[in-house]
Design a binder for this molecule. Structure first.
Ligand code: MRU
Length: 346
């Protein structure tokens, strides 16, 4: 099932808030509709929101009436700023938009019609290349998975979070395809249950054995030696290897270290933010308290209670065994290994 698809001037986005109950697409024919879909988490996961934002910019460009190149570019930059403001943590969003704007500024055409077409082509390329990147991560990552392995993952870093196979789940799929006997423990991922709703759904459809646990069961699961390794995705990795990912990831890394279990992160190079070195510099999105006080619109906490709802946390690179990218696997020290991957010397 496509996370998003382009049809006749319209971006159709699979509404992940309805899964696993219903599989319905939202028709976005204006960039504001894409902004809303990203804010609501109808489309979510770092690479997927990068691609959605790229398509959103192409849609926004088509809305612009300015005929002159300079006025057109200023208007596109304004729309890019609206899209960039939707979610602050996943750097892929900014990466996708920067790539689109970079292409636009370099494009020599003065005809705005041609510029609009070029933006749409670039959005298609962002989406297409993500699938290829998933394949490469899978190939590199599966080499780290033993012949028989129970793998704990968190949130959803699967096909639904990308253009195709997924990052963490892409590695798991590749290990299965390589003939390995893999099974998955999926943490439910409160408050929005991406693990229970999306990862469990994806793994069942893929016929990869999956067992669902609530987030607070992970420690006991590890203590009972039921997990061989942990693989998660990432929303932003610093040049020093600190990893922002779905809230709860840091707790799993601490538990994995305590129990001597490898803790892997799978993330494409577009998730690595070489402009910052420390996790303290990553902006962490805080979301509506209602996500914590309610489950599926049913209030589960008393009205008036204070709520803290950070959507992500930061795991220090020192707790990460290896970072699987689409250019190869980086090992500590990450400042050196990630820089080498960036330079292409790997
Ligand atoms: O809030 P979400 O659902 O967008 O959070 C998603 C995650 O944290 C994923 O683990 C991350 O984006 C990696 S997706 C390949």
């Amino acid at each position: 099932m496509d996370t998003m698809r382009w049809k006749q001037g319209c971006l159709e986005i699979l509404d992940q808030t309805l899964l696993p109950g219903r599989a319905e697409y939202i028709n976005c024919d204006r960039h504001k509709a894409v902004c809303d879909a990203i804010c609501r988490l109808s489309v979510r996961g770092a690479p997927a929101i990068g691609a959605a934002a790229a398509y959103g910019l192409a849609l926004g460009a088509a809305e612009i009436e300015a005929e002159d190149r300079a006025g057109f570019i200023v208007a596109v930059e304004k729309i890019a700023a609206d899209l960039a403001a939707t979610r602050p943590t996943a750097v892929n969003l900014k990466w996708g938009l920067d790539r689109m704007l970079g292409m636009l500024r370099k494009h020599s055409a003065v005809d705005t019609g041609l510029l609009k077409e070029a933006l749409l082509e670039e959005a298609h390329a962002v989406y297409r290349e993500d699938l290829e990147s998933n394949r490469r991560m899978g190939a590199f990552g599966q080499a780290l998975v033993p012949g028989k392995a129970a793998i704990l993952t968190h949130c959803n870093a699967g096909a639904l979070a990308t253009a195709g196979l997924g990052t963490a789940l892409g590695v798991i799929r590749a290990a299965r395809d390589a003939g390995k006997d893999v099974s998955v423990y999926a943490g439910e991922t409160r408050p929005l249950l991406q693990g229970a709703r999306l990862t469990a759904w994806e793994m069942l459809r893929e016929k990869i054995p999956v067992t669902l646990i609530t987030d607070n069961m992970a420690g006991y699961l590890m203590a009972r030696r039921k997990v061989d390794l942990v693989i998660v995705g990432a929303d932003r990795v610093t040049a020093g290897g600190d990893v922002a990912n779905k809230i709860g990831t840091y707790g799993l890394a601490v538990l994995a270290r305590e129990h001597g279990i490898p803790f892997y992160v799978a993330a494409p190079m577009s998730t690595i933010d070489f402009d910052i070195t420390s996790g303290d510099q990553i902006p962490i999105e805080e979301r509506d308290p209602r996500e914590v006080t309610h489950i599926a619109d049913v209030r589960v906490a008393p009205a008036g209670v204070n709520v803290w709802n950070p959507a992500f946390d930061v795991t220090p690179g020192s707790m990460v065994t290896a970072i699987i990218t689409d250019r190869g696997t980086a090992c500590p020290p990450y400042a050196e290994s990630l820089a080498n991957l960036r330079r292409g010397s790997f």
